[in-house]
Design a protein around this ligand. Structure first.
Ligand SMILES: C[S@@+](CC[C@H](N)C(=O)[O-])C[C@H]1O[C@@H](n2cnc3c(N)ncnc32)[C@H](O)[C@@H]1O
Length: 253
C-alpha cells in the first residue's frame, strides 16, 4: 500500500510500515526531526504542516494513513508545568486528525497515549483499541501502552494486552536525557541509571543511523542540545516493531 505517515517525527512508525513492505511518505513540520527522519529507512518524507492537508489530497494519493499526533497535552508522563508553547502546533491536533481521517476510504491508524482526554476524543468519533509494545515482540523489551483509533485489520501479537508486564523496561520517554539513578518516572528507574540514546533506540526497535550524530546545517544549539533532540525524537516515536505488525496485516506494496 501507499501509506501517508502524518506527524512523521524521526520516522520510526514509517520505518516499521516500510519493513512490512509498504511505500510510505512522511509529513513532519519540525525541521530537526525531519532532518533525522530523512536518514531513516527509505527517507521518504516531506517538511510539511499536517494542518494544510485535505481529505481529498490524502484519498487521491494514498491507500492508507498512519498518524501519531503530538501527545504532550494528554501524556501522563508529563509532570512539569504547562505544555511548551506550540512551535510546531499541538493543542487540538488529535481532534483535527480524527476529523481529517474520519471519512478516509482505506485503512487508518491514529496512535496516541492512553489518557482520559484522548479516550474522549477517540470514542466520540469511532473506535479505539488499547495496545502495549510488549505484545509485538516474542521477547518483549518495553512496556508502552498506546491507543490506536481508526479502521484497520487486527495485527498479529505474541500475547494479549496487559497494561503493565513486570520485569521489562517501562516506557521510554522523550526526556530520558534527564534520567538518573533516583528517577521515578522515566525508563531509567528500571535500570537505576540514565540510558544512552542507543539503548533507548534498542527498546524502540531500531539502530541509530550514523548520520544522526553530525550537527545539521543551521543548528545553533550545542552538541548536548542536539543529543537531547535525538533522545526526544526516539522517546516520541512509535516502536518500529509495533508499526510493522500493523502494516503486516496487509499485503506488501
Ligand atoms: C509523537 S511525534 C511522532 C512520532 C513519529 N510518528 C515516530 O514514530 O517517530 C509527533 C510529531 O508531530 C510533529 N508535529 C506537530 N505538529 C505538526 C504539524 N502541524 N504538522 C506536521 N507535524 C507536526 C512534531 O514535531 C512531532 O515530531
Amino acid at each position: 500500500m501507499r501509506i501517508a505517515v502524518l506527524f512523521d517525527g524521526a520516522g520510526l512508525a514509517r520505518l516499521g510500515l516500510e519493513q512490512a513492505g509498504h511505500w510510505c511518505m512522511g509529513f513532519e513540520m519540525d525541521p530537526w526531526k525531519h532532518h533525522l527522519s530523512k536518514q531513516v529507512g527509505a527517507g521518504r518524507c516531506l517538511l510539511a504542516d499536517v494542518r494544510e492537508l485535505t481529505p481529498e489530497y490524502l484519498a487521491e494519493n494514498f491507500d492508507a494513513v498512519w498518524a501519531s499526533p503530538p501527545c504532550q497535552e494528554h501524556s501522563v508522563a508529563r509532570t512539569q508545568g504547562a505544555v511548551k508553547k506550540p512551535d510546531f502546533g499541538q493543542g487540538d491536533l488529535l481532534a483535527l486528525t480524527v476529523e481529517l481521517l474520519g471519512a478516509f476510504p482505506g485503512p487508518v491508524w491514529v496512535e496516541n497515549v492512553d489518557a482520559p482526554g484522548v479516550r474522549e476524543i477517540m470514542s466520540a468519533t469511532g473506535q479505539y483499541d488499547k495496545w502495549n509494545a510488549h505484545q509485538f515482540l516474542p521477547e518483549p523489551v518495553q512496556n508502552r501502552t498506546r491507543l490506536i483509533w481508526g479502521r484497520h485489520r487486527t495485527p498479529h501479537t505474541f500475547r494479549g494486552y496487559r497494561p503493565y508486564v513486570p520485569g521489562i523496561c517501562p516506557c521510554i520517554t522523550a526526556t530520558e536525557d534527564r534520567g538518573c539513578a533516583s528517577d521515578r518516572r522515566r525508563a531509567s528507574r528500571f535500570y537505576g541509571r540514565k540510558l544512552t540514546p542507543e539503548e533507548c533506540a534498542y527498546h524502540q526497535g531500531f539502530q541509530i543511523p550514523e548520520g544522526w550524530w553530525d550537527l545539521p546545517p543551521g543548528w545553533r544549539g550545542t552538541k548536548v542540545q542536539w543529543r537531547n533532540q535525538i533522545y526526544e525524537a526516539i522517546g516520541n516515536g512509535v516502536p518500529v516493531y509495533m508499526a510493522k505488525a500493523f502494516g503486516e496485516a496487509y499485503e506488501a506494496a
